[in-house]
Design a protein around this ligand. Structure first.
Ligand SMILES: O=P(O)(O)OC[C@H]1O[C@](O)(CO)[C@@H](O)[C@@H]1O
Length: 403
């Protein structure tokens, strides 16, 4: 399988595995995945066959080994190219953590009958939790707060929407299964890196007016309370002429519990168009932009690949190369962007993303060990403030740009 180093000129750090008891990746494989299966079992009335399959997966993912997809699996060839044969027979804990996690979600879809011919074909096992979040009063509050933006300067409005999209990444349903009630850490500033000025310099107002304006790719992460502010940001960028077109990349199938799929985009859009005030206006703008082609939704198979973006296929590479800026959202996408490795925290973000075919920005709250691009002073302060939970608790965030 491909194993392109994220940055040919930077010595590659070791790839993260899940086989170290007590480590964060080990906890995800040993505890979070079984908890996700229990949640899926409770949230939909699956029949005995599906329940048996879920129980079998619960045992296999903790105690078993990787078993190949069935011969008639529609994506068997793709997974073969992504390393399935190489890892068959190995413990889930002994292969790259990134690979193992993606494999979990792929096998979960088998267990619930997503690909099968039966009644559960195409039914998102995470839909109940996604919808509950989208319909929650918290979402109403966030949409109502948008009307307060009118009192701000244009620059402050843009920053508010950028930060809404950034911190929306904390609303991750899988994450909350094992990190309930995390609160921002008062000891160190919540933003560990802030390249927002560089980001805005790449998207000047009105650069997108006329026919030759720029395209923004936004590689989305979670549905619901992250996707809503992502859409608001896109609407604002289109409305202010900072971009002429936007491409929203989502997952082709349910993944990492709350990751956004095309169906989730429609649900979020409905939430916006059904809202009041500025939110509704943005909803209508996005609806029109979808119909006239200024906004497109992509669900590329590689979006669910268990591999870093350094291994992206040529068609995706060409898309990102043509964009004025690609904004990559969330923790998992960050791991895939820089490579899921034990980088020293001060490793230059520009070095580990040098392979990326165009300007790229990461908007991420920190929910796993991987981190790059920190100033040494920031790292020292974070470490001095206590334990290493700043890396994983979602209390800190970053905006990093490589142009
Ligand atoms: O939704 P996000 O921001 O990608 O976070 C998902 C993260 O949750 C985990 O599943 C566990 O932290 C990570 O593997 C992953 O990076």
């Amino acid at each position: 399988m491909p194993d392109t180093p994220a940055a040919p000129d930077t010595p590659a750090a070791p790839v993260l595995l899940g086989n170290e008891p007590g480590s964060f990746p080990h906890g995800v494989l040993a505890e979070r995945h079984p908890a996700i299966i229990r949640q899926v079992r409770e949230n939909l009335p699956y029949g005995p066959d599906r329940r048996r399959a879920l129980d079998a997966l619960a045992a296999n993912c903790v105690e078993g080994v990787i078993e190949p997809l069935s011969a008639d699996a529609p994506d068997r060839d793709r997974w073969t190219a992504w390393g399935m044969d190489e890892y068959t027979g190995r413990s889930w804990f002994d292969v790259p953590w990134l690979w193992s996690e993606s494999w979990f979600y792929r096998r979960l879809l088998d267990a619930v009958g997503w690909f099968g011919p039966g009644p559960w074909h195409g039914v998102d096992p995470f839909r109940p939790v996604k919808l509950a979040e989208l319909r929650s009063p918290r979402t109403d509050e966030e949409l109502d707060a948008l009307d307060g933006l009118d009192a701000l300067s244009a620059a402050a409005q843009a920053d508010a929407l950028l930060h809404g999209s950034l911190w929306g990444n904390r609303a991750d349903l899988g994450f909350r299964l094992s990190a309930p009630g995390t609160t921002p850490c008062a000891d160190t500033p919540p933003l560990v890196a802030d390249d927002s000025a560089r980001l805005w310099s790449l998207l000047p107002p009105d650069a997108g007016t006329g026919t030759g304006g720029g395209t923004l790719c936004l590689v989305a992460d979670n549905a619901g309370r992250e996707l809503v502010p992502d859409l608001l940001l896109l609407a604002h960028l289109l409305a202010t002429g900072r971009v002429a077109r936007a491409v929203l990349h989502v997952k082709p199938y349910p993944y990492y519990v709350s990751d956004a799929t095309p169906a989730d985009v429609l649900d979020a859009l409905e939430r916006l168009t059904g809202a009041k005030g500025r939110a509704a206006g943005y909803g209508r703008l996005l609806w029109t932009a979808l119909t006239d082609g200024r906004l497109t939704v992509r669900a590329h198979p590689f979006s669910c690949a268990p591999l870093p973006y350094a291994d992206m296929p040529d068609d995706l590479r060409a898309e990102f190369a043509a964009a004025t800026l690609t904004v990559v959202k969330g923790d998992l996408n960050y791991r895939r962007l820089v490579g899921d490795r034990r980088w020293p925290a001060t490793t230059a973000f520009a070095d580990v993303t040098a392979y990326f075919p165009g300007p790229v920005a990461a908007l991420r709250t920190l929910k796993s060990d991987v981190i790059t691009g920190l100033d040494a002073t920031v790292e020292t302060a974070l470490v001095a403030a206590g334990d290493q939970r700043w890396r994983t608790a979602g209390t800190h965030a970053l905006i990093q740009v490589r142009d």
